[in-house]
Design a binder for this molecule. Structure first.
Ligand code: ISJ
Length: 365
């Protein structure tokens, strides 16, 4: 007699098991193909780049366009990013340095861009992230450059002044704070809540309403706060959901920041700029002498060609008194005709000028 599933739920779960078996064998077929691509790249010589961001973008765009549902559209991207990250790790593990420790929002940005199969190299400072990539200990580096509430990250801008690295991508990440608890703890039993002062500040109202009885304790990073909460029988932390995963805590509540729209922009540092996609941004570093019209000379060649300047930031160069470095973000790629002309003109107009990178513009997630 053929055994019949005793109820419809059991029948559906058995059908899901069979689909999972098929998915797994397809994933293995895909992995074997990627490993073959890896052999071709190895044969091409030591200069071959294993990570192919342009190809990955094309894969994602094609699948997103093709997906007819009901599988949720945003999940197509997340899952295939992870699949490609895992396939790439069979060719050559990708080493990604980022401003650590593990579980910070910069780590989250790195995972978003490179997937969970890349090798994490958390660094203590932004300068150390630059050095890890410059000394080829990592293929890429991820650093924060600007926060919606806190503004520019000066140490990132300053590090570019002395670095040969290029910007090869940007990542825009919503910064959603979560309340993390030890698995057995209830909100009412919390006596101490740990976090970075900035994160505590971002969640002040929520904490007053839901944890009035708990002391606020400052930690050097949100990840360190999660580690401290794990060790405190009456502790909680304000940190990322990734930190909950890494430190074995439960997520008691998500998006507890007072201002819902909190986001940070990160830059991916690499040895090479990205190819044009039709929706790019270019970052320039230009040195201008203090003097009448200096800024005008920088902006006029852009404005005349209708190029859109999305951000300008200045920093003292620390080499010469009153010499300033201007960081300009312009919409378009350095290889586009109007941009190329403007750049040639700017080269003549300022003391020095460097294209830090042209890279695909990140959309809001
Ligand atoms: C397989 C390749 O290598 C990597 C893995 C990819 C994938 O799994 O689809 C895509 C691009 C590369 O980062 C490739 O270059 O095609």
């Amino acid at each position: 007699m053929i055994p019949m599933p005793s109820d419809p739920l059991q029948g559906l779960r058995q059908a899901i098991d069979r689909v999972d078996d098929e998915l797994l064998s397809l994933l293995n077929r895909r992995a074997a193909l990627a490993a073959e691509v890896g052999h071709l790249k190895t044969a091409a010589g030591p200069e071959a780049l294993f990570h192919a961001p342009k190809r990955e973008r094309e894969v994602l765009a094609r699948l997103e366009a093709e997906n007819g549902g009901p599988f949720p559209a945003p999940a197509v991207r997340t899952i295939f990013q992870e699949i490609m990250s895992a396939c790439l790790s069979l060719e050559k593990p990708l080493r990604v340095a980022f401003l650590g420790p593990e579980g910070t929002f910069t780590h989250l940005a790195a995972r978003h861009q490179f997937g969970g199969s890349s090798q994490s190299l958390p660094q203590g400072t932004i300068q150390a992230v630059f050095q890890a990539v410059e000394r080829a200990r990592a293929e890429y580096g991820v650093v924060p450059v600007e926060n919606a509430t806190e503004g520019a990250v000066d140490s990132t801008l300053d590090a570019f002044l002395d670095s040969p690295l290029r910007i090869c991508a940007e990542i825009l990440l919503p910064v959603d704070q979560a309340l993390l608890l030890r698995p057995e703890l209830d909100l009412g039993a919390v006596r101490r809540v740990y976090s970075h002062p900035q994160a505590l500040g971002q969640c002040r109202r929520w904490l007053e309403a839901h944890l009035p009885q708990a002391d606020r304790i400052e930690a050097p990073s949100t990840s360190e706060a999660a580690r401290l909460a794990r060790e405190d029988a009456e502790g909680a932390a304000v940190a990322s959901e990734l930190a909950a995963e890494l430190f074995g805590l439960k997520v008691a509540e998500t998006r507890i920041q007072d201002l819902a729209a909190n986001a940070t922009r990160f830059l991916v540092l690499g040895p090479k700029a990205a190819e044009p996609t039709g929706r790019d941004r270019t970052t320039l570093l230009a040195m201008a002498q203090d003097g009448p019209g200096a800024l005008l000379h920088l902006l006029e060649p852009l404005a005349r060609r209708g190029l859109n300047l999305s951000r300008i930031q200045s920093r003292p160069t620390r080499r010469k008194l009153w010499e300033y470095a201007f960081f300009l973000d312009i919409e378009g790629h350095a290889a586009d005709a109007p941009m190329a002309e403007a750049l040639a003109e700017l080269k003549g107009a300022c003391a020095s000028m460097k294209v830090l990178g042209s890279y695909p513009r990140a959309g809001e997630m």
